[in-house]
Design a protein around this ligand. Structure first.
Ligand code: NAD
Length: 380
């Protein structure tokens, strides 16, 4: 029987080609007087890129704003502190993030320390936030993390090399924008990495101990869209249909894991990302087939369903054999979009495995994994 759950997502989600033109009017409708825009330098200066298009709409609507352009991939504590400082110095009252998961998490992190105290490491965990964040609009530019919809904020402590997560309903942005036209120039390698993150975020909640009928539907539809369109989005980034499918898939997967949680792939990927500053989607993709093969014994029938959603022909097969086909499909997808096959590719060193395994088992994502493992299992 399904456990009780809260279903969380932003109250308004703008989706579709061209929707970014509406952001100026929405900012005024929300009475946001001076948003801090949080982004990175590359996106800020990209010709007719996501920032230019957002500012165009804000300027037409006479919105006043300040820009923080210091977002780094795998955002660090110093990023959120710098954004907070700029917010206060410029009397801002709200936040607009423009980018992928790193921009949204920098915005959430800055919002958290603006209203919940400066020591964000103490707030790691579930529902630790006492106060509301400033209103946040997330303009999403990668089809991957779902952070524009989620209650998660992932920050890296640059001193300990640990990624930590603050999970709270207070982190859910007020409004999200998902305009596929903002993603036409995402390079192939980034499309592959972020698309694999969405793929993992559709698979892990499906086999999570917290899944329910609503999240199951979201996961299966996300997987079908990713199977149908990720390869094409990587090969031909200007294909609007493939980009649109991938944006819808990442939204579906984001809604799914926001409400059914993840598993060991994310618990372990956070260690690789924190330790080696490697792209999150690549870390997830590298771990996916091995971790899920390990998980099959816990729920073979769920993996058999995944195989069908991935387009595998399971007719006449035993549940176990059908389940194994899902692993084959995961490996094939990873290979087709050009993800390396070994964690050596991101500089992972066996000397770090013990510590990373210990920390992976403490990561909040570990608790909903369908099979309970030991540190030795994680090291292997
Ligand atoms: P990212 O935000 O780190 O961006 C990676 C690079 O892509 C950046 O250099 C950026 O400039 C570039 N980029 C972004 N949009 C682009 C565009 N439209 N065109 C060209 N280049 C573009 O990548 P990401 O994978 O979206 O985010 C990863 C981060 O999100 C990690 O820190 C991860 O831990 C976190 N994450 C958060 C959640 C959550 O729910 N909060 C979920 C999963 C992952």
């Amino acid at each position: 029987m399904a456990k009780n759950f809260d279903f969380l997502m932003p109250s308004v989600n703008f989706f579709g080609p061209g929707v970014i033109e509406k952001i100026g009017d929405r900012v005024n409708a929300l009475n946001m007087k001076k948003p801090l825009i949080i982004t990175d330098k590359f996106l800020e200066h990209a010709e007719n890129g996501p920032v230019v298009q957002t500012l165009d709409s804000l300027n037409k609507a006479n919105v006043n704003y300040t820009i923080y352009d210091g977002v780094e991939p795998n955002p660090k504590i110093h990023n959120i502190k710098a954004a907070k400082k700029l917010f206060q110095e410029n009397d801002c009252d709200s936040i607009i993030t423009i980018g992928g998961g790193s921009a949204h998490d920098t915005g959430k992190g800055a919002g958290i320390i603006l209203t919940n105290g400066d020591d964000i490491t103490k707030l790691a965990g579930i529902e630790t936030l006492k106060n509301a964040l400033p209103p946040l609009i997330a303009v999403n530019t990668t089809a991957g993390t779902g952070s524009e919809l989620t209650r998660h904020c992932v920050i890296t402590n640059q001193e300990t090399h640990l990624k930590f997560v603050i999970v709270s309903w207070r982190n859910v942005p007020l409004v999200s924008f998902n305009d596929p036209m903002l993603q036409l120039n995402v390079p192939a390698s980034l499309t592959a990495a972020t698309g694999m993150d969405a793929f993992v975020q559709a698979i892990e909640p499906f086999v999570s101990t917290n899944h329910n009928a609503i999240t199951d539907g979201l996961c299966l539809q996300a997987i079908k869209l990713i199977e149908g369109s990720l390869r094409e989005a990587v090969a031909n980034g200007h294909n609007v249909k493939a980009r649109t499918d991938m944006v819808q898939a990442e939204m579906l997967a984001g809604m799914a894991f926001n409400n059914a949680d993840l598993g060991y792939v994310h618990a372990m990927a956070h260690q690789l990302g924190g330790q080696y500053d490697a792209p999150h989607g690549v870390c997830c993709a590298l771990l996916l087939p091995t971790v899920e093969k390990y998980n099959i014994v816990a729920c073979p029938e769920r993996f058999a369903e995944l195989a069908k959603a991935m387009g595998e022909n399971t007719t006449g097969l035993s549940t176990r054999d059908a389940a194994e086909l899902s692993i084959k499909a995961m490996r094939q997808m990873s290979q087709d979009v050009g993800i390396p096959s070994s964690i050596k590719a991101i500089g992972a060193k066996p000397a770090d495995f013990e510590l990373m395994a210990t920390n992976a088992l403490k990561d909040g994502n570990a608790f909903s994994n369908p099979r309970k493992g030991t540190k030795d299992d994680i090291v292997k």
